[in-house]
Ligand binder design. Structure first.
Ligand code: CMX
Length: 454
């Protein structure tokens, strides 16, 4: 057993009694109420999910296992001469809650390198897609095609005790995480680099090997590490994390769940926003010729977008109410390494002009930039100019959080998700809008009752 798996097992054993006690002694205590606005408005803010991997404070931003992002970057071990930590160290932190030592990280790297080999049929699945397919579609299909590799599935068919579900899930998760950069690099090379064949280098860590496979030079290894780490988790309610958790809650294995996570991430209100930011800026760049717009020109462009009924990509958030620390980390990286970059100038002007405009428009609850406003600029500068690909990078990072959560879901025996839905008429009745509500009981008409299956 690896040191990570041993440590995880210890942590699981220590955590199980806490959940048991909560359920047995406090199972019927009320912790949250639900308004009509929340039922219609995408369940915003309803406290109904549990995770210990990360927590998102609206004003402070994300903490992984209690650590802010700057703390994570400062504390995790780094490769010699690198500014950014090993992604494998982040995985150790997310799973166990502990900052790993150098040797614990080496152990994870060694284990992961041995799992990088892709079955031949995955290359064939990727090759079978036309070159104008979106890379997120290919990624999702490639992951899905590997479902037959699931150890959890085999063990379940043979009959495995519930308490042991986490073990084959852990094996599946590390197998999949180790393969994701290989799959993604192969997709990148097929779509944008004339199908060049580039093999993994077993002497390199997760970030450096990915940079090597898409043939980007230093410091892209650090850019990749930074990118994967900042995107890893954002608690459980966002679409990608929730989709992964939801699918896995039916005991679907991590291949089904990760494909679901990828599909949710591919929407423009979520992960695809990073591509949208670049597309939107390139549109303006096309209009401006070589000139960088001044603040007044930029304001006009922003208003044009808003007045045509579109959102400003990279701004706003369902939970955050301040500038996203993931934005700030990338901004600081740009200020240090690429202060003169033309696209960074665009992003800087947007940082100045968009929040006051969104405030003036008065709709967005959060006028500040999110992670996606800045991430494409860094990628573009270091040679990944194919912005369709940016959400794939987000997906590689997000898989660390989603898969860590699924392993813990299995370990703690979290239940099948099954919230209750009601009809519009029932909701009207509940708030007293229908006179008829006094005359008949909703439960009689529709069978009432709670969740159940199906
Ligand atoms: N530009 C224009 N309008 C915006 C806006 C933006 N950036 N952000 C929010 N609004 C609008 C909403 O569309 C909504 O309008 P309607 O009342 O007409 O429906 C109104 O303001 C209220 O929305 P909200 O409560 O502030 O935001 P939501 O929780 O509903 O949505 C989000 C959050 C991220 C989808 C939204 O801010 C948005 O569309 N942003 C742009 C897309 C984006 O950057 N997404 C990436 C988020 C981070 C990530 O997941 O990767």
């Amino acid at each position: 057993m690896t040191t990570l798996k041993e440590k995880l097992y210890e942590k699981i054993e220590a955590h199980r009694p806490r959940i048991k006690r909560l359920l047995e002694e406090h199972g019927d205590k009320v912790i949250s109420e639900v308004s009509v606005q929340q039922v219609i408005g995408g369940m915003r803010g309803i406290k109904s999910l549990i995770t210990d991997i990360s927590y998102l404070d609206p004003y402070e931003g994300i903490r992984y296992r209690g650590y802010t992002l700057p703390e994570v970057f400062e504390k995790l071990p780094k490769p010699e001469g690198s500014e950014m930590p090993y992604v494998e160290g982040l995985f150790y932190l997310l799973l166990t809650g502990d900052i790993p030592t150098e040797s614990q990280v080496s152990d994870v790297i060694y284990d992961s390198i041995n799992r990088r080999m892709l079955p031949k049929y995955v290359y064939e699945v990727i090759d079978s897609f036309p070159n104008n397919s979106h890379p997120m579609v290919i990624l999702s299909a490639a992951v899905m095609s590997m479902q037959r590799e699931s150890l959890f599935n085999v063990k379940y068919q043979r009959g495995i005790h519930k308490l042991d579900y986490w073990d084959p899930t852990y094996e599946d998760a590390i197998n999949l995480i180790s393969k994701l950069p290989i799959i993604s690099a192969y997709i990148y090379n097929k779509l944008y680099q004339s199908n060049i064949k580039c093999y993994q280098d077993p002497t390199l860590d997760f970030g450096a090997n990915f940079a090597h496979m898409i043939q980007k030079d230093t410091p892209y290894d650090d850019v990749a590490r930074m990118y994967f780490i900042i995107h890893a988790d954002h608690e459980s309610g966002n679409v990608s994390a929730h989709a992964g958790h939801l699918v896995a809650s039916s005991l679907s294995d991590v291949y089904y769940a990760t494909s679901g996570m990828i599909n949710g991430l591919a929407g423009p209100l979520h992960g695809l926003a990073n591509q949208e930011v670049l597309r939107w800026i390139q549109d303006l760049r096309g209009k401006m010729g070589k000139k960088v717009p001044g603040e007044e020109e930029m304001k006009k462009f922003v208003w044009e977008t808003l007045n045509s009924g579109q959102v400003i990509p990279g701004f706003g958030h369902a939970v955050l109410r301040k500038t996203d620390p993931r934005y700030t980390i990338q901004r600081e990286f740009c200020l240090k390494h690429i202060p003169e970059d033309e696209l960074f100038e665009y992003v800087n002007i947007l940082y100045k002009v968009v929040p006051p405009i969104l405030k003036e428009q008065g709709k967005a609850k959060n006028p500040w930039p999110n992670v996606d406003a800045q991430s494409g600029v860094v990628q573009w500068h270091y040679g990944v100019t194919e912005y369709d690909f940016y959400t794939v990078l987000f997906a590689i990072g997000r898989s660390f959080g989603v898969l860590s959560n699924i392993i813990w879901d299995r370990a703690l025996g979290y239940a099948l998700e099954r919230p209750k839905s009601i009809t519009t008429e029932m909701l009207e009745n509940m708030v007293g809008l229908n006179k008829r509500s006094e005359e008949r009981r909703v439960g009689d008409e529709w069978g009432g009752g709670g969740g159940g299956g199906g």
